[in-house]
Write a protein that binds this ligand. Sequence first.
Ligand code: ASP
Length: 444
Amino acid sequence: MIKVAKFGGSSLADGIQFRKVKDIIDSDKSRKFIVVSACGKKDDSEHKLTDLLYLCDAHLKYGVDPESIFSKIEDKFYSIRKDLDIKIDLETEFKEIRSSFSKHINTDYLVSRGEYLTAKCLAEYIDADFIDAADFLFFDYHGNVDLALSKEKLMARINEDRKAVIPGFYGVMSNGSIRVMSRGGSDISGSIIANIIDADIYENWTDVSGVYVADPRIIKDPLKCARVTYRELRGISYMGANVLHDDAIFPVKEKNIPINIRNTNDPENAGTLILDDCSEFDKKDPPGLITGIAGKEGYIALTIVKSRSSTKIGFLSRLLGIFEEYQVSIESVPITVDTFSFIVAKEAVGNTLFEIIARIRKEVNPDVIEVDEDLALIAIVGRGMKAKPGISGSLLSEFGRNKINIKIINQSADELSIVVGVANDDFRKAIECIYDRFVLEERQ
Ligand code: ASP
């Protein structure tokens, strides 16, 4: 059994957290590959290392002295070194980083130093090998990881008898320059490494005990899910639940490697298991109706009415082409007779909204175009909903009872999720009432 264990920034925020991480790693021999984020903040008086590094970079680019910021980063590592009683030569490391300071500094190199130094400290502390992601995780020129090459290089670095600590969040281009992933990218690094070494499980250690059924900022102490499918997770995280980086699912999904979300501060808790197919487990322990409720405010509905358009071949595709032209991704397209609504995120349209409307007018000369800028979308996701009659009906009557107007309702034919659109002001209330009716009442 081989496990990849990824620890997020909050799991490595100070010496106390490093000790917890060491205990977790030492308690299970199969935790052989350890992937880390940069140290996080221990409380609100601090900033995340990666944020400080980006700030430092901005200072350098604008010709402002970054000293006050960079010294905070140095102090953080000096205090961890002292606390853990390790010997890492931070002075030389910082000297090297400082030697690259200039207006033309490579941003990716600088911000990757958070993960690099965190991994070096942890490797020494737990007596493991440090394997630099810059030595094996190769990107191609499209920004995709070259899995075959990365595998070949990583395999050549592994020492079978030792654990390895690997910095997340970055890799290298074939010309040798460092390239970082998007924010939160260490989740992706962990997933790629799990894929490369054919891990049995990818553990993702963070500061919550798994995937919650609803956002704890809206629902107090929401229930946690024991098991979630990759597709369910994709549904709820796409709609705003902040569990894992969105792209972290794909490398493990390809090999059907389960992800286990665990809490560094509560290591006995089994957390949430994310699998391709939960049916074997579900037979013994059937899932609740709803796995997750997630949503976001800030959508726009553009509704186009044109008589007899429903029977015109190619009408929809002409409209879709306009959104493609403006590189706007479409969230959903509810259609009724001669009426097509396009739901898009406000930030995706930006200031091109009026241009898009003008293009639609020119392209299809509609009878009416309506724009509704007050729209929040909520996704209700659950493999437990399949073939259970009456769910949409109860949802509609529940919203009716609570005087929440449904602007849009959309369900995919696989019955895995239902998406409803409500006014932004009704957003929280709608989530509360879905939670009360379909999660709490169902489980009583
Ligand atoms: N340190 C990076 C960030 O803050 C990457 C990560 O934490 O996964 O985004």
